[in-house]
Design a protein around this ligand. Structure first.
Ligand code: 3SL
Length: 234
């Protein structure tokens, strides 16, 4: 076993990791990467993730783009889409090019771009991501988007779940994959109750979006594995 899996708990720490030649799995369970997974499962042609709101705004006046913007959990005025997975169903994104900017998720994606491959991970496509990785002969880093530079429980739990799936094929790198795995093992039977006590779940509850949390914790709902090709996810 010569491949490794490591876990970066925040975009603020990503510069400590050498991403070259590796697969980076970006995760923002609540809700950016769950939304992106959902969008592809519901027929989106491509997603252009952008870190800066001003860059996303430029697409509003261009033909053929459906734009989403979120900051602090709330939809930004002037953008037709918010950051709820339910907004990406019922044909809304079918065959569309979607531009998304979010508080943390798109930051983590942009900071991962020197990697060999950048994948989008969520509980919704957990096994599919693991299966894809198992077919490659590459080291893996799970890049948790966290919240404004701080670590969060839901992304760390996803990291632990992915480590559990890959631990037979990948050596665990430094301490974080061990920590994430132990954490996942200790709460996976009570995932909903655990994540409902998270800071971000409380934030979303204040915005009345409790159903989004339950949805984002569904495991293996979809088989899509979104991957960055150039500046877009396909
Ligand atoms: O931080 C992000 O990228 C968002 O997913 C946050 S929220 O779930 O839309 O509040």
């Amino acid at each position: 076993m010569s491949k490794t899996i490591d876990v970066c708990l925040s975009p603020q720490l990503i510069d400590l990791y050498d991403l070259e030649g590796k697969i980076v799995v970006v995760v923002d369970i609540l809700r950016a990467t769950s939304v992106m997974t959902t969008a592809f499962a519901h027929g989106a042609r491509e997603i252009i993730p952008v870190e800066k709101l001003e860059v996303a705004r430029e697409y509003l006046s261009k033909d053929g783009y459906l734009c989403a913007a979120e900051r602090g959990g709330e939809q930004i005025e002037g953008f037709p889409l918010d950051n709820s997975p339910f907004s990406y169903m019922d044909g809304v994104v079918q065959d569309r090019s979607v531009v998304i900017t979010t508080t943390n998720g798109t930051v983590a994606i942009e900071r991962s771009m020197v990697a060999d491959e950048v994948l989008i991970g969520s509980f919704l496509n957990l096994s599919s991501v693991a299966e894809y990785i198992q077919l490659q002969n590459k080291d893996v880093i799970v890049h948790c988007a966290g919240w404004k530079g701080k670590t969060n429980m839901e992304d760390t739990l996803f990291a632990g779940a992915l480590v559990e799936k890959l631990k037979m094929s990948h050596e665990l790198g430094c301490d974080t994959p061990h920590m994430a795995l132990k954490y996942w093992e200790s709460v996976k039977d009570n995932l909903t109750e655990t994540v409902e006590s998270s800071a971000h779940a409380r934030r979303l509850n204040r915005l009345n979006i409790k159903e989004d949390i339950a949805y984002c914790l569904r495991i293996d709902e979809y088989q899509v594995v979104p991957k960055m090709i150039g500046d877009r996810l396909l």
